[in-house]
Design a protein around this ligand. Structure first.
Ligand SMILES: Nc1ncnc2c1ncn2[C@@H]1O[C@H](COP(=O)(O)OP(=O)(O)OP(=O)(O)O)[C@@H](O)[C@H]1O
Ligand SMILES: [Mg+2]
Length: 269
């Protein structure tokens, strides 16, 4: 369980806060999506929820952040890193730079958790297979494409099996097949009890994956509800968010007096 209660955050050296009065709770095994226009505060929320802000980058936090009921104020960063995984918006910055192959890169996380070699190898193989990148195992991490780097970073996070995982635009550089594989992998991870917070512009991915979605606008949560309700909210466009294709098609059909049930089972969930 991860909870933000009345949380505000201001970057170091800046007077005004970027996040205001954020109330957000993630139950174990729950997948919550975060949407919002550019600069609405999604990445900042990811940094705060994972403890990197202010733990690593400084700045000022107000309100309370709890993990499994424990107030995390003033706790050292390593207490966060064992409990909350984070995938950054730019995956290239997250590769360690110290490994010679993708296999070693993905194994680094479980190894650092102190897991036995056999389990580390098993988890690494499983994560690579789940994301369809077994064939990259021998590849040097610095020779990866943007999309491949994104999958490798997600594989590293899957292999650590964190209790909570925050992903900032995890499929931004992926094609539809990569996006689909990541969606399935995240659904599988949540089924093991991991609480997931997923920032995404691709509402088609969130549709059917998330139970809840929150909308950020200028650093505030302006909508929080069941995914189906939020994705069908007519104000989504005003908040700078594209509705999923299922909703857009349904509206287009309704405008022509056609029954939206025509596309049931054809598009989306
Ligand atoms: N390191 C930083 N120092 C100061 N201000 C920052 C920093 N990073 C982001 N900001 C500011 O915080 C606000 C929210 O930015 P953030 O990156 O969280 O938005 P976002 O919703 O993730 O945007 P995008 O969709 O473009 O990724 C913006 O006004 C941005 O300029
Ligand atoms: Mg961002």
């Amino acid at each position: 369980m991860l909870g933000l209660h009345g949380v505000g955050y201001r970057y170091a050296g800046y007077a005004g806060p970027v996040l205001h009065d954020i109330d957000l709770t993630l139950a174990d095994g729950e997948i919550v999506g975060v949407v919002g226009a550019n600069e609405s505060g999604k990445s900042t929320l990811s940094l705060v929820a994972s403890g990197l802000a202010p733990g690593s980058i400084g700045g000022g936090l107000s309100g309370t952040l709890t993990i499994d009921g424990v107030d995390m104020a003033g706790r050292p960063l390593h207490e966060f890193s064992t409990r909350v995984g984070i995938g950054f918006q730019n995956p290239a910055t997250q590769l360690s730079g110290v490994t010679g192959s993708v296999f070693e890169e993905v194994a680094l996380g479980p190894m650092n958790l102190g897991l036995p070699t056999r389990e580390t190898v098993e988890r690494t193989k499983a994560a690579l297979a789940t994301l369809g990148i077994d064939q990259l195992a021998e590849r040097e991490p610095r020779r990866l494409s943007g999309g491949q780097a994104q999958l490798v970073v997600i594989a590293s996070l899957l292999a650590m099996r964190p209790a909570h995982l925050v992903l900032d635009e995890p499929t931004a550089q992926l094609d539809p097949e990569g996006t689909r594989l990541v969606g399935e992998a995240l659904r599988g991870l949540a089924a093991t009890g991991t609480a997931l917070l997923i920032v995404e512009h691709k509402t088609d991915l969130l549709d059917g994956l998330c139970s809840r979605i929150v909308v950020l606008d200028a650093g505030r949560i302006v909508r929080d509800g069941p995914a189906d309700d939020v994705l069908a909210d007519p104000r989504l466009d005003d908040w700078g968010v594209d509705p999923p294709s299922r909703i857009r098609l349904g509206r287009a059909l309704a405008m022509r007096d056609l029954d939206p049930a025509l596309i049931a089972g054809v598009v989306g969930s």
